[in-house]
Design a protein. Structure first.
Length: 130
């Protein structure tokens, strides 16, 4: 699947329109230049990990018959020169033994976005002027 981003000067704002052919969403700059109600690109990256973690745990717990009532995932990040550290806190609600909690943590660390972000990432870029 391809994600497309589009920005036009005629829009009068810094908001970037995003889509994948099915869904549409937006991104903007950090305040004060951007709209604080619209996520910035780092928020989108962090939210991908949070969403994937919650969805992966939901599916896994259902398949295993675990009493998972709710999943809360918070992701923040620390960025330094040459380093981007994501800090993920996962809270699960339900009746779990320690062994089940350990199993859920193991699965959280294997969600597809976690695996992608932990892998070596390369980016090939082309630029066309029209």
């Amino acid at each position: 699947m391809t994600i497309a981003a589009k920005w036009q000067a005629s829009s009068g704002s810094s908001v970037c329109q995003l889509g994948n052919g099915n869904a549409q969403w937006q991104a903007d700059l950090d305040a004060p230049m951007g709209n604080p109600a619209i996520p910035n690109p780092h928020d989108l990256l962090d939210s991908a990990l949070a969403a994937c973690t919650a969805l992966t745990l939901q599916i896994y717990a259902k398949r295993k018959g675990y009493d998972l009532q709710e999943v809360l995932v918070n992701v923040s990040h620390e960025e330094t020169s040459g380093s981007y550290k994501m800090i993920r806190h996962v809270e699960v609600r339900g009746d779990f033994t320690v062994a089940v909690q350990d199993d859920l943590l193991r699965v959280a660390n294997k969600c597809p976005v976690h695996k992608s972000l932990s892998a070596q990432i390369t980016i090939d870029t082309t630029l066309n002027a029209a």
